[in-house]
Each structure stands twice: as structure tokens, then as C-alpha cells.
Ligand binder design. Structure first.
Ligand code: NAI
Length: 386
């Protein structure tokens, strides 16, 4: 098993299992050092809980709220020659730490879009937990099998109406490359909504409700990104934004559908983080490395675990109620969208180009790069890589 970091472009070919475990441990310790969640859910299902915002949600609710957690994720186990994916090792690490803490933690590896997976999860809930009090929807993927079994929807990362050129940062070879996204056609917009919109979230809630495994007062949350005018053409104004608009509308549909069990459904608008999904988005990489620098300088840079714990503690499980904007969205992107921050970020981005993007004076590429390494278990403090 090769444990030397191998990256192609922005894809980590391998991971470092001990590094992944240590990263999970550090996030758990961080959450444990913060205020615990009052009225936290007892039993939680996380869809997409092996990495990024989903893993952070699981850590927050388990270690900041003593919740039992089930997680459905699509990850590859190790073989004799390969390490498997970081998410696979994150799951193993989380399970070990949760069990040590006396919590139930179960992982289902496979396709969250399949009927078989839904049945398996429902059976497990019935046999082990009875009901769940919370469902976190945090899948990020480019494909979704069609429900009739005939082919797949493939999402498109594209602009709408006009082409968009943004910088894509490759880690190996290290380079900043301008990439132009063509405007999407209607089929591509439709397919992206199918993959990353709210339909699958709604289906999960409906089958779980029909199976009578949702507890009274059940809550569900999914994650969105809106960003600012800098990221608008590639994100909220592009195909992904159309999918997120659908997700936002789905929260309202679900909120009504859950009213008979006093349930609630929300979307939280999160800050931009370095994740295995976000590093693919042209234009977003330069934006994130400038954002990291500015938020760090202001002392407002949150790790993924800290960000998610704030969402759970201050918003979703706030004893005084869930505060939202006028569109019923939880706005946890407030530090990022502060006009003063955006102004500085815009100034930095204006000066970033392929020959200077690593310069610490105009952005924080080093942290951006290191965070990518760390989500794959490399460059983690406390691990002896020799
Ligand atoms: P991630 O790539 O770190 O995690 C995605 C998760 O989905 C993993 O657990 C993966 O195993 C799981 N998954 C993917 N396909 C699956 C399938 N077919 N069956 C079962 N599990 C599957 O992604 P990240 O960045 O944490 O994104 C999660 C959500 O948060 C997405 O909706 C994303 O749009 C949203 N978001 C992300 C932001 C960012 O900056 N990364 C900012 C705001 C929202």
C-alpha cells in the first residue's frame, strides 16, 4: 500500500489512513471543547457523512450532542495495493471514537440513491433505534441513477447564458490554469437539478415517513452555497445554482409535509470550504484562497467542524428557535459575505495570476493546498510520515 501522496490534478489517488484518523480525532476534540448542543437529537441519519460538511455534521451532533449516528456514503475500501478512499477511513475512525464514547455509530457503504439502500437503512432504524430525530442531507456527486433504472443523470458544471472563464488550480502538477465554461443547454441544467437538487432528499424523507421511522419533532437539513457576485457566474448563476434553488424550494415542501409530526426542514447556506467536491470548480479556488487569507486576518476563519457546529448549536438546535432570512434559509455564510471581506477578496483576486498565485501577499494558497492534503490524511500535525 503506497502511503506517499499521489494526486492527479485535484483528485487524490490515495490517502493516509492514520492521517485521516487523526484529522477526525482533532475535529472531535475541537467540537468537544465548544458549548454542547441543548436539545440535540438522539438518533441521526447523515447522508454523505464520510467527509466535508456531512462528516462535520456527524461529529458535531455526536460529540457536541451525544447523538447516535447512521451514515450512508459511497466510499472505496482498501485492497492489497490501494489505500481506499479517505472517506472510508474517516468512517472507520469515527466509528471507533463514537463507540469508545458509548454511542451507536453505523456506516452503510453504497449508493444513497438506490431503493435497496433505503430499505436497509429503514430496517436498521426499526431494529436498533426505533425512530430518528434528524436527517442531514449532504451528498455531493456528479451522477444519479434514474429511478426507472434506465441510465443516469449527469450533472454539468457550467455557466448559463454566457461563457465563464475562471482559474482552476491543479495540485499535481502545480499550476493555475484558466478554464472557460460554456453556457449549459436546458438538458444539462435539468440533469444538474436532478443530481444536486432536492428530489432525492424529498424521496428519502417520504419513504422514511411512510415507514413511520421519523420521530415527533423530527428535523432535516441540507446544505447550499450562494456566494457573492464574484462566484455568481460559476456557482449560483450557473447550473449548480439552479440545483440549489430547487433544494431551497424542496425545504419548504418538506417543511409542510412534516407538519403533522411537528417536523421541520431547513437549508443552511454554508461558507465555501476546501472539499473533494469544491476543488473542481473553476474560479472558486482563487476565491477560496483569497477568502481564507482575509478571514484569517480578521480572526473569523472557521474550520469545517467549527462552521458546522455553529450551524447546529446556534441555528438548527437553538432553544430560542431557528433564525432564518426572509427566504427561510439559515445564513451561516455571514462572515464570508460581509461587504468588507468581499471588498478585500475582490482586490486580491484582481491581482492573482498563474505566475503569482502562491504569493502569500495576495492570497493564502499554502493553507488552501494544505487543507486539500489534510482531507486526504496528509500533512496532518501529529503524524510521523517518515
Ligand atoms: P464531500 O465531497 O466532502 O462529501 C460528499 C459526501 O457524499 C461523501 O460522504 C460521499 O461519500 C457522499 N456521496 C457521494 N455520492 C454518493 C452516493 N451516490 N451514495 C452515497 N453517498 C454518496 O462534499 P461537501 O463539499 O461536503 O458537500 C456536501 C454538500 O454541501 C453538497 O450539497 C454541497 O453542494 C454543499 N456545500 C458545499 C460547500 C463547499 O464549499 N464544499 C459550501 C456549501 C454547501
Amino acid at each position: 500500500m503506497n502511503r506517499i501522496k499521489i494526486v492527479k490534478g485535484v483528485v487524490a489517488v490515495n490517502c493516509h489512513p492514520e492521517g485521516c484518523k487523526e484529522m477526525v480525532r482533532q475535529q472531535i476534540e475541537d467540537v468537544k471543547s465548544r458549548a454542547s448542543i441543548k436539545g440535540a437529537p438522539k438518533n441521526v441519519l447523515v447522508l454523505g457523512g464520510s467527509s466535508g460538511l456531512g462528516l462535520a455534521s456527524r461529529i458535531s451532533l455526536a460529540f457536541g450532542g451525544s447523538a447516535n449516528t447512521l451514515n450512508v456514503s459511497y466510499e472505496r475500501p482498501p485492497t492489497e495495493t490501494e489505500t481506499g478512499t479517505a472517506g472510508y477511513h474517516n468512517n472507520l475512525a469515527f466509528q471507533a471514537f463514537a463507540k469508545e464514547a458509548g454511542l451507536i455509530a453505523e456506516d452503510f457503504i453504497g449508493d444513497a440513491f438506490s431503493h435497496e439502500m433505503r430499505s436497509k437503512v429503514i430496517n436498521y432504524i426499526r431494529e436498533t433505534l426505533g425512530k430518528i430525530d434528524c436527517l442531514v442531507y449532504s451528498l455531493a456527486t456528479g451522477v444519479r441513477p434514474k429511478s426507472n433504472g434506465e441510465g443516469k443523470w449527469k450533472s454539468a458544471l457550467k455557466a448559463i447564458d454566457n461563457p465563464f472563464t475562471g482559474n482552476f488550480i491543479s495540485f499535481e502538477p502545480e499550476a493555475m490554469i484558466p478554464v472557460t465554461l460554456e453556457p449549459a443547454n436546458n438538458d444539462e441544467i435539468e440533469a444538474t437539478i436532478k443530481v444536486m437538487g432536492g428530489e432525492d432528499w424529498q424521496e428519502w424523507i417520504e419513504v422514511l415517513k411512510d415507514a413511520d421511522v421519523l420521530a415527533h419533532g423530527f428535523k432535516t437539513i441540507a446544505y447550499s452555497y450562494i456566494g457573492s457576485d464574484i462566484t455568481y457566474p460559476v456557482y449560483f448563476g450557473g447550473t449548480l445554482g439552479k440545483a440549489k434553488e430547487h433544494l431551497h424550494a424542496t425545504a419548504d415542501v418538506l417543511d409542510i409535509a412534516l407538519s403533522d409530526i411537528s417536523g421541520q426542514a431547513y437549508v443552511a447556506v454554508c461558507k465555501a470550504i476546501v472539499s473533494k467536491a469544491s476543488v473542481f470548480i473553476p474560479g472558486l479556488s482563487t476565491y477560496i484562497l483569497a477568502l481564507i487569507k482575509e478571514l484569517k486576518e480578521r480572526g473569523e476563519d472557521e474550520s469545517t467542524a467549527q462552521h458546522m457546529h455553529r450551524i447546529m448549536h446556534d441555528f438548527l438546535y437553538n432553544p430560542e428557535g431557528v433564525s432564518t432570512d426572509e427566504h427561510r434559509l439559515i445564513r451561516a455564510d455571514n462572515f464570508e459575505l460581509n461587504p468588507a471581506v468581499q471588498h478585500k477578496v475582490k482586490d486580491m483576486i484582481k491581482n492573482i495570476n498563474p505566475s503569482n498565485y502562491k504569493d502569500p501577499a495576495i492570497g493564502d494558497y499554502e493553507t488552501y493546498r494544505q487543507q486539500f492534503s489534510q482531507i486526504n490524511g496528509f500533512e496532518v500535525e501529529g503524524i510521523d510520515y517518515k
